[in-house]
Design a protein around this ligand. Structure first.
Ligand code: ADP
Length: 305
């Protein structure tokens, strides 16, 4: 099975004509409540593509948003038995404004997501997990503990170093625990000091990341596809699928969820990366985060073209 350790947020989105400025009250035309947080997004993306159970190990608070988070996850069919309720904490939320030109402002309140004890989640969470997914919206110590537990259980660990961690030193321990690391251009640049403008220097960055202890480094290049360097599979690239992109939010999360599904089904790394790239591309063709995740048939159709 697939297990995701990560964040869950309730996204509160107000659609306004123009973004609020100090001293002026903006009146929204409409409002939506959705599921967000990189952990939840990756879990939903994986579950959409897979018959096997996907579970999310995440922290919620004692507030009313906790119930909303649970019901949203349940709506998407993601297992909620491993959610942990943190006493006196608030559930993570994102306060989002979107204006008439689709420009946005986003404030994330980490809340319970940032309140894990250093020991992380119970190691039993990773029992019989084949592939485990991690991101950086949870404390580094707890994430390291979770990655160690996953490895001990025999799972392949995939770390999405997002949001960008500031420096490689900050997540040194996590890099050594990552079988696969999946930075985008900006995150790869932050982790290696290499400015990424093309496939060649993206590959240079991937090589540097291998030296920092990851098993496979995949640098996601948006509309340019991806490159990878791997101890087991050597080096290569995956060309992008051509789509009409309207909203790139959560492309990376869909990519990672799909990568986990493909690997759990026994595909080789190059095959799994192509599957993931198709999922990332499809995610850009619609608005939204979790709700933008493609279905299996959409994905297979794109791959067959
Ligand atoms: P992130 O969302 O983490 O910044 P990217 O934007 O690089 O990650 O997207 C992840 C992957 O999704 C890319 O490597 C690529 O395979 C696919 N993808 C993203 N944007 C596009 C696009 N406009 N056209 C085709 N594929 C895309």
């Amino acid at each position: 099975s697939i297990t995701v350790f990560g964040s869950i947020n309730v996204d509160l989105t107000a659609y306004v004509d123009s973004l609020p400025v100090p001293g002026v009250t903006a009146h929204a035309r409409s409002y939506t409540t959705g599921l967000g947080g990189k952990g939840a997004n990756q879990a939903v993306a994986a579950q959409r593509l897979s018959q096997q159970p996907v579970k999310l190990v995440a922290a919620i608070g004692e507030d009313a948003f906790a119930e909303q988070a649970i019901s949203l996850l349940t709506h998407y069919g993601v297992g909620v038995d491993n959610l942990v309720r943190i006493e006196q904490a608030d559930t993570g939320i994102a306060l989002i404004h979107v204006d008439a030109h689709s420009q946005n402002t986003i404030t994330v309140v980490g809340g319970a997501n940032m309140n894990w004890p250093n020991s992380g989640p119970a190691s039993e969470c990773f029992q019989s997990t084949q592939v485990a997914l991690f991101q950086l919206e949870t404390p580094i110590s707890a994430t390291a503990a979770a990655m160690s537990s996953a490895r001990s259980a025999g799972a392949v660990t995939i770390l999405d170093p997002a949001p960008a961690p500031g420096s490689a030193e900050r997540i040194e321990t996590l890099l050594k625990l990552a079988d696969i690391l999946t930075p985008n251009e900006n995150e790869a640049a932050t982790l290696t000091g290499i400015r990424i403008g093309n496939e060649q220097n993206a590959l240079d960055a991937a090589r540097v990341l291998l030296k920092k202890g990851v098993g496979t480094a995949v640098v996601k290049l948006g509309a340019k596809g991806l490159v990878y360097a791997s101890h087991q599979y050597g080096e290569g690239q995956v060309a992008p699928f051509t789509v009409q992109a309207v909203d790139t939010v959560a492309a990376g999360d869909c990519f990672n969820g799909a990568l986990a599904v493909a690997l759990s089904e026994g595909r080789t790394l190059p095959e799994a990366l192509r599957f993931a790239a198709a999922a990332g591309a499809l995610a850009t063709t619609r608005q939204g985060a979790a709700s933008a995740a493609p279905t299996r048939s959409e994905l297979e159709q794109l791959m067959a073209n």
